[in-house]
Design a binder for this molecule. Sequence first.
Ligand code: SF4
Length: 686
Amino acid sequence: MPLDIVPSVCPHDCPSACALEVERIDGNRIGRIRGPASQTYTHGVVCAKVARYAERQHHPDRLSQPLRRIGDKGVGRAAFAPISWDAALDEVAEQLTRSVQRYGSETAWPHFYGGTMGLVQRDGLQRLRHEMRYSRQHSTICSALTDAGWHAGCGFKRGGDGREMAKSDVIVVWGGNPVSTQVNAMTHITIARKARGAKLIVIDPYRTASAAAADLHLAPLPGTDGALACAVMHVLFKEDYADRAYLARHTDDPLGLEAHLATRGPAWAAPITGLDVDEIVDFARLYGRNRRSFIRLGYGFSRSRNGAAQVFAVTCLPAVTGAWQYEGGGALLSNHDLFPLDRTLIEGLDVLDPATRILDQSRIGPILAGDRRDLGDGPPVTALFVQNTNPMVVAPESGLVRQGFARDDLFVCVHEQFMTETAAMADIVLPATTFLEHDDFYTAGGHTYLQLSRAILPPHAECRSNHDVICGLAHRLGARHPGFELNPIQLIDHTLRASGLPAVSDFPSDGWLDCCPPFETSHFMDGFGHADKRFHFRADWAALGHDHSRLGTFPDHFPVTDDGDPQRPFRLVAAPSRSFLNTSFNNIPSGIAREGRPTALVHPEVLAGLGLGDGDRLRIGNRRGSVVVHARGFDGLQTRVVVVEGLWPNHAFEEGIGINLLTSADPGLPCGGAVFHDSSVWLSPA
Ligand code: SF4
C-alpha cells in the first residue's frame, strides 16, 4: 500500500503547536502521526491523542454535507436534512441580512475561538465581522486574565525560550499539567533532570500527573497563588536571595516591593493558601538558591476572579532573584506576540470600526439571555455565526447558554467538523475541513517557531474550509475586502511580506521559521515592554481594564473570589483531562475509554463524611444548579477542593448538562476573563 510521510502542524489549542509527520496512505487516509526529531521544540514527541489522529480524521460521525434543521433543537443529526452548499449559504446570508435590517448590524455576532489555531482559518471571521460592522468579540475564555497579569509586570506578551528549560536547575510548573496537556514541556524538563539533576516543582491545587512526577508539589487552595508568590518573595528578600544589583538596574520599585512584602511572610500566607509554613519556606529556598530557575506558567491559576493579579505576582519572582540574567532562567507564559505579524489583511483591521460594540465571549449565556449589563442600549443578539468553538459545553453558566440557544428568535449557523451540542442547536450546520485538508500557518505559545502547513488530504466529502465559507458569505453579503479574493496561501504570502518575514517561496523548506530573538532580548536584558524598560512591581491595572478598583498596586492576595460559605464549603476545579482538549477530542473512542466517565476527585475524609465510597454517585451544586457525577477518593488535594476533569459532553452527564452549569460567567479583574476554577459548591449523595 503506497504510504508517504508528509509534514504538518498541530492546529489544536495547545501551547506546543507541534510540528508533525503524518503517515499518508493512498493520498486519502492517514495512519500514525509522529513528531519530527529535528524540530527542536517538538523534539520527536507528540501527545497520544494526536498520534492517534486517524480516529478523529476518519471518524464515522464527521459532518459531510450542509444541513438544515427540520426538527427540534438539541436532538442532533436526526433533526436535520441535507441541503446544497448554495442553498445553505444563501439562507445564512439571508437570515443575517434580515436580522440586520430589523435590529442593525450589531445584532449579528460572529462567535469563534481556538478549535483551530491557524491564523487564516481561525481569524478570517474577524474580516467578515469588521467589514459588516457586526458585534465584536472580547476574547476572554482563555487568555485575558493571563495576558493582563503578564503585561502588568513584563509589558510584552513574550517570555523565555521553552527549550531553555533543558538548561535549568529548577523548573517551576505553576498552574499547568504538561504531562497531560503539553507533553513537549516535559521533554525539555526531563532533559534537565537527567543531565543536570534539575528539580521539578509543581504548583497545582491537586496532584496531577505532573505533580506526581515532581520533586516538590505544593497544592494551594484555588485563588490563593498570589499569596504564595508573595510569601516566597518575602523569604527571598529576608534570606538574601534577592539580586539587589539586578533589581536596581531592571525593576521599577524594589524597595517599595520589599516594604510591602514585610507583612506577607509564610505565616501570613499559610492560612490563606492552606499550605504549611515549612512547605512555603522550603520552596522559596529551593527557588532562591538556583539562579537558573525557569517558571513555566500555565493557565489554570488564572481562571479566577483574581487570576490576573495571581499571574502578576508569579511573574515577579524571577525579577526578584534576577533569574532572567541566566540561560535557563526566567519565565514563560506565552510567546504568541513574539511574532511580528501584520494581521491587517487576515483580520480586516483596516475596516474595523472602533465604535462597534464588543461582547464578552465568556458571557454568551447572559448575552443570549438578554442581560443589559452586556447589551447596553444595543440590540439583542438575533443571529449567531459560530466557527471553532462549542459554547454549549465550553462556556460558563451553561444553563443560561442553553436557554439562550433555545430562543425561537435566534438564528444560528454553526460551521463544524462534528455535530457538537452547539451544532445541534443550529438552524444551519456546515461541514468543516480539518487541518489536514486546508492550508494555514501557526504561531505558538510554548515555543518560537512560526510554522506553515499545507493541505495533505482532499476535503472529506463536501467539507469546506473556514476561509472558503467566509468568502462565500462575504460575496453574498456584499462585503468587499481584498482578503476575500485571495486563497489561503496568497493570504499567508501577503501577510508574511507585510510583516518583513520570508515570503512563502522563501520560507524554510521544512515549514519552520525560528523567530527566537537573541538572548539579550528574550531575557529582557535590553528592556522589558514598558516605556521605562523596567519590570514593574507596581502594576498599572487601570491601563489594563476598567474593573481595577479592587486590585492594589503591588503583588498581593486579593480576596475577591467565590470563597464559599457554610452552605457551599467546597471549591470546584473544572480541570482539563488528559484525553480531551476542551471538547475537541471528547468523541474519540480511545479517549473516552481512557477517561471513563465524569468523575469527581474528592478527599477520602470528605467522601467518608458523606457516607460515600469510590464509584458512588455524588451531586455537586450551587445556586446555578447541580450535576451528578461519580466520586473517587483522592488524597492529592486539600479537603476543601473537589476536581472534575473534562470537558465531557453535556450528554455524558446523567441529567444532560455538564460541569459548566456550575461555573460562573462573572468576568475576572480587571478586563474580563473566564473564572472556571472560581466556584464554590456543595456536595451530597445523589
Ligand atoms: S501536545 Fe499539543 S500541540 Fe502537540 S500534538 Fe498534542 S495537542 Fe497538538
